[in-house]
Design a protein. Structure first.
Length: 270
């Protein structure tokens, strides 16, 4: 029996990377999982996004822990589809929802449509996730915890003066505003809301040919310093999942309205 046994956790962007790490970590602690991911390509994103096979791998890894999982291919930009998937998941897993990790995100950077796409996925998608999930959480009356996956780019002015990069920074900053507002709105229902701010994480969003090349260009002699304070180039997804677990667990029961860097000192160095 883990600390989260009997609880249900909703995770967006769950097919791979940080989302998969969150699903496996929370399932290992006993939670049943509602796992959502687009599992399709967005034209402005220059690296491969998750596939149905990736989501199936998350399902297999969660089931290996002994937890139940309901997985769906859902676009967080589509509020109605998101609402239907959450309803179906909670009906399958016992009419409750205790934990939400709004993790879905893209980093398109350069395409002309990149600004709108990154705002729609990273910021509006997080808003849709909270808006859809908070209603059953309130209805079920068990309190709970919501965590938004922002970034160090949500706390400091990093990036480049191109549509996707500026949009990414703006969206990740906007998630802090969502977090702080909903932390106040939902406190009366014992629902805590926090954001997590990773530095670069070794996931497919970073570990791909385009993003590696783009970051290398950002860190040459003429670009900004994108290094961490601690001597580590990139964190692992499990490092972020451990922090999210702490936030949603009983150990974090009085933590709300907090923007938590998990960043090897990146923000403090600025």
């Amino acid at each position: 029996m883990g600390e989260l046994t009997g609880k249900v956790a909703l995770i967006t962007g769950a097919a791979r990377g940080q989302g998969r790490a969150h699903a496996v970590k929370l399932a290992s602690a006993g939670a049943d999982i509602i796992a959502l991911d687009l599992c399709a390509q967005i034209d402005s994103v220059p690296y491969p996004l998750a596939t149905p096979a990736d989501l199936a791998e998350t399902v297999a890894l969660v089931e290996k822990t002994g937890a139940q999982i309901v997985a769906s291919e859902v676009d967080v930009r589509d509020r109605d589809a998101l609402k239907s998937a959450v309803r179906a998941g909670t009906e399958r897993l016992g009419e409750r929802l205790d934990i939400v990790v709004a993790n879905a995100g893209i980093a398109p950077m350069t395409a002309p449509q990149a600004w709108q796409d990154v705002i729609n996925v990273n910021l509006t998608g997080a808003f849709h996730t909270i808006d859809v999930a908070m209603k059953p959480m309130i209805k079920y009356g068990n309190g709970g915890s919501i965590v938004l996956t922002s970034s160090v780019a949500g706390l400091v002015g990093v990036g480049a003066p191109i549509a996707g990069a500026v949009g990414y920074t703006a969206a990740k900053h906007g998630m802090v505003g969502l977090m702080r507002a909903y932390a106040n709105f939902l406190a009366a229902y014992s629902i805590r809301v926090n954001s997590i701010h990773p530095a670069g994480v070794n996931t497919p969003m970073i570990d791909n040919e385009f993003t590696r090349s783009w970051l290398d260009g950002m860190t040459d002699e003429t670009g900004p310093d994108m290094s961490n304070a601690l001597p580590v180039r990139a964190l692992e997804a499990e490092d972020i999942a451990n922090a999210v677990y702490w936030l949603v667990s009983e150990a974090g029961r009085y933590v709300t309205g907090v923007a938590l860097p998990v960043d090897a000192g990146f923000v403090n160095k600025r």
